[in-house]
Write a protein that binds this ligand. Structure first.
Ligand code: X8Z
Ligand code: ZN
Length: 620
């Protein structure tokens, strides 16, 4: 469902701007949408008319978003035919409204407006993720397809030969924990079975949304998606290439090291010394974060000697306590505690009796205080971090709640994804000691182990974060045809990540669909940006906190000055171009990977030494 796709970003606005309607509602919404538009004369629209249109559109979108949020919340917490139909219906309604507003907004493009209204007009015009064609029948079809794709993912299960069936979080735990290549391969292949039926739906979704994008004056959906960064679409693509170029050497060193260690563990037949790494051996269903294989690749003499998953278990943390602990990090910075409704309305545990979308997400139901998370929490270090990630969304949403509806969003979508991760970078050994999880802080001789663990998640992620939309943008532009979906996917996986499918794949498969954000239609470049931005934020906030040590040992826990600075950026919402927001925290206006490289500088030296000493041929 269209709505769902925006869910993980939790942006009421983009959600609202993406949903769709029945023919009857469509007609009604069009009448409403045009109410404030210029009369049908030859006179050019004036400023007053433009402002009246913006106000009217903003009020209607605000109202619709609440209805859509509720329907979506219910659907993804209780996937049935009926909730799917309700979600598709509201999706259709919001989609028609937002497409009408976007079309109207284009008519005022030449009116000179104050910066705030000009910005709102541009948001109305371009902040759509799944634009429906103007034709109501096609809008209805798109809403239905979108809803169905989300349902297919949420309901997905794989049943092993012994009859045991597993949901996505259960299969992910297996991928994280098992070291049996045959078992890993079965789970890897099994989960991808759920995606096969998505292929024709996805293909049609792309056709329809491309038509919608064209109706709005964009070349295709790729151009629309890349138009949301306060710069021209092609400049944005170049900016991504530049950032990737900055971090690529570090990724290559990590890839080389990990491939060598996996070869030591599994041998040549399973994990070859050269070429791309088979995707089932990296501790993650999508080989996107590799922290779960830390034990296989840990340095002999620099292992910090603790594991957060074990610490959580030893100290009796349950799911609720994990969330409480994450909340207390934010309150230590000066943010107000989460409201009671957060605790009574969120979903923390996977229900046994019904299908839910388990992929973690944070929600803002009423664009004010009704914030929630929905997550099937596993009691692991990984999910402890994901909880911080989700709460980052919620605290952002609350910080910008005073903004007008169209500015209730992050500075760009990477910012929304970066906030909780920035906080999680402060989960250092000394922080763990402060909150009573760890007894002794390892000394500096163990830093390489800590940095390696962090790099397995953060650096390994970078090419994955990039390639998903490299694939999608080519699909949207027609450069990748439906007949090439799967092959092109693996070509990009290999090109960017140096990872390959562990078994033959054909066009009967649809491997992109096995990753939530593809059936969910959630843009993915935001996560790549977030993985750059979070290091810029962390460094700047550590400076504000007066930390003088190495940045990988800095925790801003309890530092109100850092909290105030962060809040200044968050409360701006989307009211300013993102460089202005970035400057609030970092003092600079550009995204840059230097902070990433500085953070991992000691590790880069160490990885290169190891690779040289083992005489490894790097690259793939
Ligand atoms: O989808 C998410 C969040 C919700 S916005 C859990 N993430 C991406 C993923 O899981 O693929 C966070 C990191 C990347
Ligand atoms: Zn997120």
């Amino acid at each position: 469902m269209a709505i769902l796709l925006n869910r993980p970003t939790t942006l009421a606005l983009t959600i609202a701007l993406t949903l769709g309607l029945t023919a009857c509602n469509d007609a009604q919404s069009k009448a409403e949408a045009t109410a404030a538009a210029p009369a049908a004369t030859n006179a050019a629209p004036d400023k007053a008319q433009a402002i009246a249109f913006i106000q009217d559109a903003e009020a209607q979108m605000a109202q619709l978003s609440i209805e859509a949020n509720r329907a979506e919340w219910i659907y993804s917490n209780f996937i049935t035919e009926d909730t799917a139909a309700l979600s598709a219906a509201v999706g259709e309604k919001v989609s028609a409204a937002s497409v009408n507003f976007a079309t109207e907004a284009a008519k005022y493009a030449n009116v000179e407006l104050d910066p705030a209204n000009a910005r709102k007009l541009n948001i109305l015009r371009s902040a759509l993720v799944l634009p429906a064609p103007l034709d109501p029948a096609k809008n209805a079809e798109l809403a239905q397809i979108s809803s169905e794709l989300n349902g297919l993912y949420g309901k997905g299960k794989y049943c092993f030969a012994d009859g045991k069936c597993m949901t996505q979080p259960e299969l992910s735990s297996l991928m994280a924990e098992s070291r049996d290549p045959a078992k890993l391969l079965e789970a890897w292949k099994g989960w991808r079975e759920i995606a096969k039926p998505m292929r024709p739906l996805f293909q049609r979704e792309v056709e329809l949304a491309n038509e919608g994008a064209k109706d709005l004056g964009y070349a295709n959906l790729s151009e629309l998606w890349r138009s949301q960064y306060d710069m021209k679409p092609d400049e944005f693509s170049q900016e991504l290439d530049r950032l990737w170029g900055q971090v690529k050497p570090l990724y290559e060193s990590l890839h080389c090291y990990v491939r060598g260690e996996l070869n030591n563990e599994y041998g040549d037949a399973i994990a070859p010394k050269t070429g791309p790494i088979p995707a089932h051996l990296l501790g993650n269903m999508w080989a996107q974060q590799w922290g779960n294989v830390y034990d296989l690749v840990a340095p002999d003499d620099a292992d910090p000697g603790y594991d957060v998953t074990e610490l959580l278990e030893q100290k009796g943390y349950d799911e609720h306590k994990m969330v409480k602990q994450a909340e207390s990090f934010f309150t230590s910075l000066g943010f107000a505690p989460l409201p009671d409704s957060f605790w009574s309305r969120s979903l923390f545990l996977q229900p046994k009796d019904r299908d839910v979308v388990c992929h973690a997400s944070a929600w803002d139901l009423d664009n004010l205080d009704d914030i929630r998370i929905k997550m099937c929490i596993q009691k692991t270090a990984e999910d402890f971090t994901v909880i911080h990630h989700e709460l980052g969304h919620n605290f952002y949403q609350r910080a910008y709640k005073q903004q007008p509806f169209l500015f209730k969003n992050s500075a760009n979508d990477g910012f929304h994804e970066a906030i909780g991760d920035t906080i999680a970078l402060s989960i250092t050994p000394s922080y763990l000691k402060q909150i009573g999880l760890l007894e002794d802080v390892p000394d500096a001789s163990k830093d390489i182990g800590l940095l390696l663990k962090q790099a397995l998640d953060k650096i390994a992620f970078l090419p994955f974060g990039l390639m998903i939309d490299q694939w999608r943008w080519k699909v949207f532009s027609g450069e990748i045809t439906p007949a090439q979906y799967n092959q092109a996917w693996w070509e990009l996986r290999e090109k960017y990540q140096g990872v390959k499918a562990p078994t033959d794949r054909t066009e009967a498969d649809f491997d992109p669909g096995a990753k939530y954000h593809v059936p969910g239609n959630v843009p993915y470049t935001r996560y790549f940006l977030a993985h750059i931005l979070q290091f810029q934020f962390h460094k700047a906030l550590c400076d504000t906190a007066g930390d003088k040590g190495p940045v990988h040992r800095c925790s801003i826990y309890g530092n109100q000055a850092a909290g105030e600075k962060l809040n200044k950026m968050l409360e701006l919402g989307a009211s300013q171009p993102w460089p202005v927001a970035l400057k609030e925290v970092t003092g600079t206006e550009g995204m840059d990977a230097k902070a990433v490289l500085d953070y991992f500088a000691p590790l880069k030296i160490w990885l290169d030494e190891q690779n040289t000493a083992a005489n490894r041929q790097c690259g793939w």
